[in-house]
Design a protein around this ligand. Structure first.
Ligand code: EPS
Length: 415
């Protein structure tokens, strides 16, 4: 089983992640992780902090000569901004003359008030430093290792933004894609390529421009914006996750992973909430069979879950998961992010010390972080998919997992 922990405060010295359970002999470099950290930092609508930070990882355990050892992998990302916050984030005793003041004004929509009440703090900073979305850099580092592992097994994880505020992408969403499996995969890859060159991660250029205008308008009005992103996973064989117990259900674990990202408020699979409005006949993906003879595949494609599976669907309303298990179709998820609650336009709140009402003070903030959230979404999904691969195909080294996986694929071909 894979598991991980993150540690670190937003303006503390560094963020740390420890990932345990990654197989041995996986090639892994700091550049692999830095590439993903860089992708998370791009995005129109971020505030001044992203100008200060240039996230780079140091691997301090679990890797030797560019390969994983099978032991816990520790990854450290230094906060450049810490230099400006040393006194505020001092881990030693408080210096009485430094003039560091308590924050006593909770911001609506943040963890501030619930956190101080729960942990008996007088200073909201003791909560906000850890609840900050800065923590997601550590999760992207974990996701980068999981992606490296999944890449060895032919799995690809992609994402794009389909909505910011009221602006919605005109391009058909991945969840409504129909057609033969290879053309669907080609289509998903082309959406991803277009998203990668857009600073709002929108595959549709015209909509991307509208999204940027919406962000500019929100900024001008001292407001913030949320949105929706989509994550697609290709190359997943049927049978990952399980129907037999609640905590083994792949959709349950993916939903938890996405909801655990700061500011994510909703997750949909495939057709999503729309299933509730439709008849069963319009929702469920009919099953078809293609005989082996019609399969023409290259040697490389044969290695992984067949591009042209023998049991297949012409629709993917289920988003690739039935009964808590992958069904062999691409996994398609959407997640909704609320607008960032730190606003330049003050909202009403109550001071925890004086108990007097006030209008929240203006703070440095992002206007919109949906493009970054989409990369974080890929990362937490990568962890969950890597985990079910390891659960099913076991193995302590990458070659052992590959052997077990290929044996399963051989069995599927004969089924
Ligand atoms: C965040 C507030 C802002 C964001 C931060 C998340 O930071 P600061 O308070 O330093 O201006 O920029 O996001 C990151 C630092 C990051 O790396 O994503 C918050 O309150 O959640």
């Amino acid at each position: 089983m894979l598991r991980y922990l993150t540690a670190g405060e937003s303006h503390g010295k560094c963020l740390t992640s420890i990932l345990e359970g990654a197989p041995a002999n996986l090639t892994l470099s700091e550049e692999d992780i830095n590439k993903e950290l860089g992708r998370r930092q791009i995005g129109y609508g971020r505030g001044g902090r992203m100008v200060i930070e240039k996230d780079e990882v140091k691997i301090t355990s679990g890797v030797r000569f560019g390969r994983t050892l099978g032991s816990p992998i520790t990854m450290v990302i230094h906060n450049r901004d810490w230099e400006n916050w040393k006194e505020v984030m001092e881990t030693g005793v408080r210096c009485q003359v430094s003039g560091v003041e308590d924050i006593t004004r909770p911001r609506p929509g943040h963890a501030d008030l619930a956190g101080v009440l729960k942990y008996d703090h007088n200073d909201i900073r003791n909560v906000l430093e850890r609840s900050s979305a800065r923590e997601t850099a550590a999760r992207v580092a974990v996701g980068a290792v999981c992606k490296r592992f999944l890449g060895e097994l032919g799995v690809e994880i992609m994402s794009w933004v389909i909505g910011i505020g009221e602006v919605r992408s005109q391009k058909p969403e991945a969840r409504s894609q129909k057609g033969n499996p290879s053309s669907v995969i080609r289509h998903l890859s082309s959406l991803f390529e277009m998203a990668e060159v857009s600073d709002v991660r929108c595959p549709d250029k015209e909509t991307g421009k509208k999204m940027k205008r919406a962000i500019d308008k929100a900024k001008k009005n001292g407001n913030s914006l949320g949105g929706v992103f989509e994550v697609a996973v290709t190359g997943v064989p049927p049978g990952l996750g399980s129907h037999v117990q609640w905590d083994k259900k792949l959709d349950g674990n993916l939903a938890r992973a996405l909801i655990s990202i700061q500011a994510i408020k909703g997750v949909e699979f495939g057709m999503g909430f729309e299933v509730a409005d439709r008849f069963g006949s319009e929702v469920h993906d009919e099953i078809f069979y293609r005989s082996q003879k019609s399969e023409v595949r290259s040697q490389k494609e044969n290695l992984f879950w067949p591009i042209e599976p023998r049991f297949y669907r012409k629709t993917n309303n289920a988003g690739g998961i039935e009964g808590g298990m992958s069904n062999g179709e691409p996994i398609i998820l959407q997640a909704a992010m609320k607008p960032i609650p730190t606003l330049y336009r003050p909202l009403r709140s109550v001071d925890i010390e004086s108990k007097k009402p006030f209008n929240a003070s203006v703070e440095r903030s992002d206007i919109c972080a949906v493009p970054a959230a989409s990369v974080i979404g890929e990362s937490v999904v990568a962890f969950e998919i890597a985990n079910v691969f390891i659960e099913k195909f076991g193995g302590d080294s990458i070659d052992e997992i590959r052997r077990n996986y290929n044996g399963y694929l051989e069995y599927l071909r004969r089924f």
